[in-house]
Write a protein that binds this ligand. Sequence first.
Ligand code: PLP
Length: 392
Amino acid sequence: MTEPVYLDNAATTPVDPRVFEAMQPYWLDVWGNPSSVYGVGRRARRALDDARDRIAQVLNCRANEIIFTSCGSESDNLAIRGAAQAQAELHGWKHIVTSRVEHHAVLHACQWLETHAGFEVTYLDVDEFGRVDPADVARALRPDTALVSVMYANNEIGTIQPVAEIARAVKVANASTLVHTDAVQAGGLLPLDVEQLGVDLLALSGHKFYAPKGVGLLYVKRGTPLVHQLSGGGQERGVRAGTENVAYIVGLAVALELAYREHAERVAQVARLRDRLVDGILSSVDGARLTGHPTERMPNSASFTIAGADGESLLLNLDQEGICASSGAACTSGTLEISHVLRALRLPDDEARGSLRLTTGVRTTDADVDRLLAVLPAIVERVREVTPTLVG
Ligand code: PLP
């Protein structure tokens, strides 16, 4: 069997062999509990401390501002629920500002606070490219705004948000309103200097930049009030109980360090292949349109709508050709489901249902792009023939 053509690096990435190698001692050799006082525990603690130091270098923060978690979703939940609850206790503030295009890890955490904790949430609209206007954020702020959460880059359409500008606008209005950014898609490809971003909280997930699935982190600026969401031991400064997953944390640190050591080459490579996909598809597929911002977008992200084609059928046909891709539209039991992100762009249904996302990675090759471009036009024609026209 030939290797599949993997163009879904926003969903997950394969573990870098160097990351895999760096994790090996922490299964059979250095297996101690990092909280134990004896040798094998102390060695695990040193590995943990070293990982934290290395990550802090990349983020330009202090090592004790890093909290290790199990994934990006956990980091987002800890940031949003933890900060919101702390602000309510400290000041009685119960208002949150976020956008309509956030990942469900953020949106559902906000909805939980609305349903269970009496918070009010303002969901900001975005422009046709999926961008949040910092002026809209400033207008939405209230004296009781506890938290603003706007993602760094969108997972479906690749649009990069003006996070630094948003953070500045928030801090000018009220220095005590906290700013969180979900940087899960940005991790490994966009600059992560938290001083420059000006945020209080930032979430990352290892599996988007060639570390394993099941490990993430939350940057928590010193002095940021946060109520822990997982009770138990005093690990992670009492903010996140649970014996640390040393092997995965080592993998996370090595992967992050490699991503930024090789940053320029990686960005150039994924962007060049991404541009080939965009140019190739827009010139060979009638009715294809780029979604997301034309320039302020992730270097690895090519996302489209293909009018008159059904996204899910496109994926199934691509899969038959050995190509892995993704879509923001699905047809579940005969009903068309269009993602909240595509809805927020206010696209007509007929266009939105033909959503196709292709994301390049460090292992993507020119041959992969050639293969996709060779088969897509015929697949689109085939899918269009069987896609019923939407009425109304
Ligand atoms: N936030 C964004 C923008 C994402 O793309 C994802 C995952 O796709 C997450 C959060 C959740 O990360 P995890 O899969 O590590 O829970």
